[in-house]
Design a protein around this ligand. Structure first.
Ligand code: AMP
Length: 277
C-alpha cells in the first residue's frame, strides 16, 4: 500500500494505478462504515484510493475540529487489510495553501437540514471533494448513505461540474443495537451511548408505521419527535421527511423518501436516516 501526503507524491503514485480507480474520501478514525466503502471499491474497481483529511473548511467555529479523533497508524493498518492501494493523507497546508480563495458551492440542495444547521458546511465539503476528484481522477467515488444529504449534494456537484465520475452511495453500517457507526460515537460516555440508540428506535418506529400504510409525512415526523423527546439525554435538532432526490419536505409520501434526524446527546451531535421506498 502506498502512503503519500503531498500533491506531487499523490500525482506520481496515481500514475502507477491503471484501469478504473475507486476513491473513498474520509476524515479518518476509521470504522466498519468507512471500510465498507473501501471494500466495495475494491470489488468494483481495478485500484482503490482512500483519502484521510480532517477538512477544517467543513467545521463551523463552534464545532469539534480541534478534538476530532485521530489514529493514523490504526487507520493505515485497517486500510492495508482492506486491500487499499493508495492512501492520501494531505495536510491542511497542502489542501489550502496561503492565498487559497476558490470555493465550490451547491445552492438549493445544500440549504435545508444539515445545511441549515451547519452554515458553510457543504461549501467546505464540496470544495474539498472537488479538489480530491481533480487530484485523484477516480472513475468511481464511494460515499455513505449515513450522510444522505452530503451524497445528494455531491451527486449534484458532479453533475453540474461535469465530473466524469460515478457517485456510488453505500448502505449505513450499524452497531448491533442499531446505532449508526460514526467516528463521533467515541465522544459518548456509557449512559449517553445507551441513549444514542434513540435515533434508530425513533426512525424504526416511523418506518413501521409507513409499512403499515401511513403516508402522512406530518405523522411520521411526529412519531420520530415524540420518541426522541422521551429520551432525557437527547436534544432534537431537526426531524425531516423529505423527497429523496430534492430533499424538499413532503406532506405526503408518494415516492422514494428520506426520513432523517439530527440529535444532540450531551455535546455530541449525531445524525441518522432511513430511506422509505
Ligand atoms: P467521514 O470520515 O465521517 O467524513 O465519513 C467518510 C465517508 O464514510 C462518508 O461518505 C460517510 O458517509 C461514510 N460513512 C460514515 N459512517 C458510515 C456508516 N456508519 N455507514 C456507511 N458509511 C459511513
Amino acid at each position: 500500500m502506498m502512503i503519500v501526503s503531498t500533491l506531487d507524491e499523490l500525482r506520481t503514485a496515481r500514475l502507477l494505478l491503471d484501469g478504473v480507480v475507486g476513491l473513498a474520501p474520509t476524515m479518518g478514525y476509521l470504522h466498519e462504515g468507512h471500510l465498507s466503502l473501501a471494500r466495495r471499491a475494491k470489488a468494483e474497481c481495478r485500484a482503490v484510493v482512500v483519502s484521510i483529511f480532517v477538512n477544517p473548511a467543513q467545521f463551523g467555529p463552534n464545532e469539534d475540529l480541534s478534538k476530532y479523533p485521530r489514529d493514523l497508524d490504526r487507520d493505515l493498518r485497517l486500510l492495508e487489510s482492506a486491500g487499499v492501494d493508495l492512501v492520501w493523507t494531505p495536510t491542511p497546508e497542502v489542501m489550502y495553501p496561503p492565498g487559497f480563495q476558490t470555493w465550490v458551492e451547491v445552492e438549493e440542495m445544500a440549504r435545508p437540514l444539515e445545511g441549515a444547521m451547519r452554515p458553510g458546511h457543504f461549501r467546505g465539503v464540496t470544495t474539498i471533494v472537488a479538489k480530491l476528484f481533480n487530484a485523484v481522477q477516480p472513475g468511481r467515488a464511494y460515499f455513505g448513505q449515513k450522510d444522505a444529504q452530503q451524497a445528494a449534494v455531491i451527486r449534484q456537484m458532479a453533475r453540474d461540474l461535469d465530473f466524469p465520475i460515478e457517485i456510488i452511495v453505500c448502505p449505513i453500517i450499524r452497531e448491533a443495537d442499531g446505532l449508526a457507526m460514526s467516528s463521533r460515537n467515541i465522544y459518548l460516555d456509557a449512559e449517553q451511548r445507551k441513549a444514542a440508540t434513540i435515533l434508530y428506535r425513533a426512525l424504526s418506529a416511523a418506518k413501521d408505521e409507513f409499512e403499515k400504510g401511513e403516508r402522512k409525512a406530518g405523522i411520521l415526523r411526529q412519531i420520530i419527535k415524540e420518541i426522541i423527546a422521551s429520551e432525557p439525554l437527547a436534544r432534537m435538532q431537526y426531524v425531516s421527511c423529505s423527497d429523496y432526490d430534492t430533499l424538499q419536505e413532503l406532506e405526503k409520501v408518494t415516492g422514494k423518501t428520506l426520513l432523517s434526524t439530527a440529535v444532540f446527546i450531551g455535546k455530541t451531535r449525531l445524525i441518522d436516516n432511513f430511506v422509505l421506498e
